[in-house]
Design a protein around this ligand. Structure first.
Ligand code: GTP
Ligand code: MG
Length: 195
């Protein structure tokens, strides 16, 4: 994918209306701090277009990045951040749910899981819920640079088994630091959004 233009076009808070976008969308979900915003920057070759932070809970809105006036990458707020009050958590959950229900252009959802760790109960809940909503989530195993090459297969298997993914589910190991997995991820995104 040649990136000609990128633009954070819409930011949706809890009370905002989901935009009726003219181009196809793909969305990225995952727990707080898993690396969603960093991955969007890596995909778009931008250092800090999507705001990232070592502190979890950075992205609290649904952010729509227009790419080449041809598609949107959608950064969803992270879940599972312990310091968030339960009423906030509920609001974000509703916001994500509302988006998945409302968007007419959403073609695929990606679930990000830290390649170093087994999926959490929240990850499993999110995965099952996406499946329930009729999606077949694609898994992105993030922070690939943090493990040894020899661990990759074992950890990917642990994610596959921990989430009990549907047979044939794609799991893409990815690093925002080294950009490993970037080409494969773009191929998958393109296959969903391009006409
Ligand atoms: P929220 O917005 O809070 O939901 O988090 P997020 O999922 O958007 O995570 P973010 O991209 O802000 O990254 C969280 C932290 O992980 C930051 O300190 C990043 O630098 C770091 N990080 C993200 N991706 C990678 C990666 O591939 N490798 C390494 N080593 N660190 C990463
Ligand atoms: Mg973020």
């Amino acid at each position: 994918m040649v990136i000609r233009s990128v633009n954070l076009e819409t930011v949706c808070g809890i009370t905002s209306k989901i935009p009726d976008n003219p181009f196809n969308e793909v969305a990225f979900a995952g727990k707080s701090n898993v690396g969603k915003s960093s991955m969007i920057n890596a995909l778009l070759n931008r250092k800090s277009l999507a705001r990232t932070s070592a502190q979890p809970g950075k992205t609290q809105t649904i952010n729509f990045y227009n790419v080449n006036d041809a598609m949107y990458l959608v950064d969803l707020p992270g879940y599972g951040y312990a310091k968030t009050s339960s009423s906030e958590k509920e609001k974000w959950g509703k916001m994500i749910e509302n988006y998945l229900h409302t968007s007419k252009k959403l073609q695929a959802v990606f679930l990000l899981i830290d390649i170093r760790h087994d999926p959490s109960a929240n990850d499993k809940m999110m995965y099952d819920w996406m499946v329930y909503q009729g999606f077949t989530p694609i898994i992105i195993a993030t922070k690939l640079d943090k493990i040894k090459r020899s661990q990759i297969q074992k950890n990917v298997k642990a994610i596959r088994e921990g989430l009990k993914v549907k047979p044939g589910t794609v799991i893409i190991p990815f690093s925002s630091e080294t950009k490993q997995g970037r080409d494969e991820l773009w191929e998958v995104i393109d296959s969903f959004v391009l006409p």
